[in-house]
Design a protein around this ligand. Sequence first.
Ligand code: F6R
Ligand code: MG
Ligand code: MG
Length: 389
Amino acid sequence: MDQGAYQIRLSDKGEGGENKPVNSKITLSVIKADVGGFVGHSSVHPALMARAKESLSRADKEQLLVDYHVSSVGDDINLIMTHRHGVDNPEIHQLAWETFKDCTDVARELKLYGAGQDLLSDAFSGNVRGLGPGVAEMEFTERASEPVVIFMADKTEPGAWNYPLFKMFGDPFNTIGLVIDPKMHQGFKFEVHDLIDHKKVVFSLPEELYDLLVFIGAPGHYCVKGIYSKTTGEIAAVSSTQRLNLMAGRYVGKDDPVMIVRCQSGLPAVGEVLEPFANPHLVSGWMRGSHTGPLMPVGRAQSTPTRFDGPPRVVALGFQLANGKLVGPQDFFADVAFDRARAKANEIADYIRHLGPFEPHRLHLEEMEYTTLPDVMKRLTDRFQDIGD
Ligand code: F6R
Ligand code: MG
Ligand code: MG
């Protein structure tokens, strides 16, 4: 991303009337955390939402932000913020961190479930990455009209975006614009992160489609981090994918992801961006972070996982940006056009739940968030005998 590209605008005067450098670009930051569930891991208590809004409205008055919108999906609070300070800005990250800490205080008073669970460290050092919260941010020059969709999911992992991102930006059967829009016909670049070895690689589509799929078909290991237009070089999408850290023998940091997608005028249309969710794909992260289930598209009012702590949910909020102001949201998946997807997700849930503790409903041994295997194995070690040849 092109950071630090500042321009002088004549209307921006310093105290002495001199021209002051102003970043003409806008940054859209979505930072999320679960700091206490109501009830269990199912939703966010209204008192936490109120505290988060209070905290961001202070920063808004102090003009750190251009605008903000506080939302939630399941037990996760999502802070949607616009500002002119670029990605990974310490002040913006600190604001999110302090907001989540304030919300944790409320969660503790109400004895909400798992209060403060995503604030893994007491020491904030300028960036929330790796400390628990999830982050998706992009900096760009606002177009004449700038439609964006913020996707927020609960009970799944960042790799859950691989399939829909591929459909939106790589699959002509989903996105007809790739075939018939001259501004999209060249295709897109996909930046893929290896979450475990901490490496990245960029694929150019359509030429490298098969190479890309070798990797992103394994969403627990390789995730699409960002997508760029080959026509303009502009950033089109970014996800909250982050490095996985090996802690106490297991990888952490796979939590409930968010994603920003810019739409229209040479990028996929809003309808092409929503279309992949009409067919609920299977994702990891249901019950105890250890099961596979269908990703159900829902309006915000229905984003409360219940059955077997799920099924996993995704909400899509649409905004038009107007000089950084967030005009919206439009709660896209509340629309009746997604009723059949919800019904299908429920059918898939019925089917897969019958498998109980068997794979592929239950994740592979190495992927489970909870396991008793080492203890059971220790207890039974003496009973295992060689079978021989
Ligand atoms: C999944 C999730 C829940 C919990 C489950 C057990 O991401 O949040 O399914 O894993 O409710 O929670 P604990 O161990 O806190 O009782
Ligand atoms: Mg929780
Ligand atoms: Mg959650």
